[in-house]
Design a protein. Structure first.
Length: 475
RNA sequence: GGCUCGUUGGUCAAGUGGUUAAGACACGGCCCUUUCACGGCUGUAACAGGGGUUCAAAUCCCCUACGAGUCACCA
């Protein structure tokens, strides 16, 4: 059975690249009836952030990535938090020392720094300490780390995405397995846990590609079975650089805050680095589970295009069942529009195809509370065949006609305006265009003159039409 | 710098020796329409460069260029 794991370190926010990794791990497991496991990698005590775990739980929850085992729900291979597994790693590290695959190192920081300055890798200064020296140092409580001994030769591994990769072991440092605080390094904890948790497919960003040989050397040193590796290409920002907080949205939380819908985000990032066999581009999570194939993962990095995400978001808004959309948008209308006798349902209907984000809906109707300052030239429209002159004349007729209306329904208003068209031998646009401009003061509105007049009410409508008259006359 | 990986339109991408080199976003045009949006139709635009192999190369090989990753007691 396939088992994958998502192993974030609790840094306090969910990078979009990490979320995609989690998504693919989830999909690889689920598309094969496997298990998806969550493991928290908190071995760096210097980077602990409060509530960071909660953000991970919440993100996966909102994204719909349900894990089968994890810190908060348990499982047969716990604990699922690395800081709670400290003793396990030490035990395995000592086992490697026994078999000569690892060794104690007592070198201090100054010594290491000086090597580093000369661009040298670790010189194995402590590799051949005698047993007595080691015992003496340990007894004297000299701080130590445990290093992996990298043998000569070459290491080859196979990645499902990148194929076979061979690296000369001379490129590899005798890496630290156990730090001087007694906690394991990421690489070591990762190998031990993936083995103990019976992870079959190791899925991670390709920044780990070059350290993979070290992993294999560890698996070999233990005599453990090497997992299937799946390295994922990077996600870059619009400048082709790493996604960063500075340049806007780098995290899932940022995107949510900007108004992107979780399903739209998931759908979009699923397509960054993977493509389906068909041309389908809208996927629910269950559909992804069905369609996902490791073989159609891409090798080259992808640029995160907010533009396309925005489009996808607007598509998700359009697809929402109306009641759901209405419930989501209603609070925004109530908070942002002062006029209270409005038919919010109608506003919602008019909004759904016109916005990229739910919160944008009220701004479509900003002309209701206050007529904006507008340029008189808005009345001129070539295609509508309107000019400053005929707009003035026509508006006079409209004011007259609407002023005589006793009932102010959309049907009544529409009939009146249509009458103006017919009775004066005009084109629709010649009446409706100036009316809408006068009523809204905007060249684009989410509805026509009739609806706007009805929303504003009779007296406000007449006022605005008369105001337009003075503008045109003063011209 | 060493090592490793990558390179199809502005962006995401299909493509696994023979195609008019898909599709989507963005951009332009047209239609629909009392504006805008939606919807429909349509246009511009790509195999990084150079050598091979082959009857035939975006697809295979080599070199170059460019980009990226990595070389920590970070993950």
């Amino acid at each position: 059975m396939i088992r994958t794991r998502f192993a974030p370190s609790p840094t306090g926010f969910m990078h979009i690249g990490n979320l995609r990794t989690a998504l693919y791990e989830y999909l690889i497991a689920k598309s094969n009836s496997g298990k998806f496991i969550l493991r928290i990698e908190d071995t760096d005590q210097n980077r602990l952030v409060a509530d960071a775990e909660k953000i991970i739980f919440d993100t996966l929850e909102i994204a719909g990535l349900k894990y089968d085992e994890g810190p908060d729900i348990g499982g047969d291979f716990g604990p699922y938090i690395q800081s709670q597994r400290k003793d396990i790693y030490m035990k395995y590290a000592l086992q490697l020392i026994e078999s000569g695959k690892a060794y104690y190192c007592f070198c201090d920081k100054e010594r290491l720094d000086s090597l580093h300055k000369k661009n040298l890798s670790y010189d194995r200064h402590c590799k051949n300490l005698s047993t007595e020296e080691i015992q003496k140092n340990l007894a004297a409580k000299i701080p130590f780390v445990i290093r992996q001994f990298i043998p000569d030769g070459q290491t080859t591994f196979k990645d499902e995405v990148y194929g076979e990769i061979t690296v000369d072991n001379s490129q590899l440092d005798d890496q630290i397995l156990i730090k001087s605080d007694g906690l394991p390094t990421y690489n070591f904890a990762n190998v031990v846990d993936d083995h103990l948790m019976q992870i079959t497919h190791v899925v991670r960003g390709c920044e780990y590609l070059s350290s993979t040989p070290k992993y294999n050397l560890l698996y070999d040193a233990f005599g453990w079975q090497i997992p299937t590796y799946i390295h994922l290409p990077l996600i870059l920002d619009e400048n082709g650089e790493k996604l960063s907080k500075r340049r806007g949205a780098a995290s899932f939380q940022d995107l949510l805050q900007l108004g992107y819908l979780p399903q739209a985000i998931i759908n979009y990032i699923a397509l960054l680095g993977w493509s389906p066999e068909s041309n389908q581009e809208f996927f629910t999570l269950p559909e992804l589970e069905k369609e996902f194939k490791i073989s159609s993962l891409s090798k080259s990095p992808a640029i995160f295009d907010l533009n396309k995400l925005r489009w996808m978001n607007s598509e998700y808004i359009k697809k929402m069942p109306f009641d759901e959309f209405y419930a989501a948008v209603l609070p925004y209308f109530k908070n942002s529009i002062k006029k209270s006798d409005l038919d919010y349902k109608q506003l919602a209907e008019m909004s759904q195809t016109r916005i990229n984000f739910i919160y944008e809906a009220p701004s479509l109707f900003d002309f209701i509370d206050k007529l904006p300052d507008y340029d008189v030239n808005l009345f001129v429209h070539k295609k509508m065949k309107t000019t400053l002159e005929n707009s003035l004349d026509i508006l006079k007729i409209i004011i007259d006609k609407l002023g005589n209306l006793s009932s102010w329904t959309q049907d009544d208003i529409k009939k009146s305006l249509t009458d103006v068209v017919n009775e004066n031998g005009l084109k629709n646009g010649q009446v409706f265009w100036p009316a809408r401009i006068a009523l809204s003061g905007k060249d684009a509105t989410p509805c026509g003159a009739v609806e706007i007049a009805q929303m504003l009410g009779k007296s406000e409508s007449i006022n605005r039409l008369k105001f337009a008259l003075t503008k045109l006359e003063g011209n």
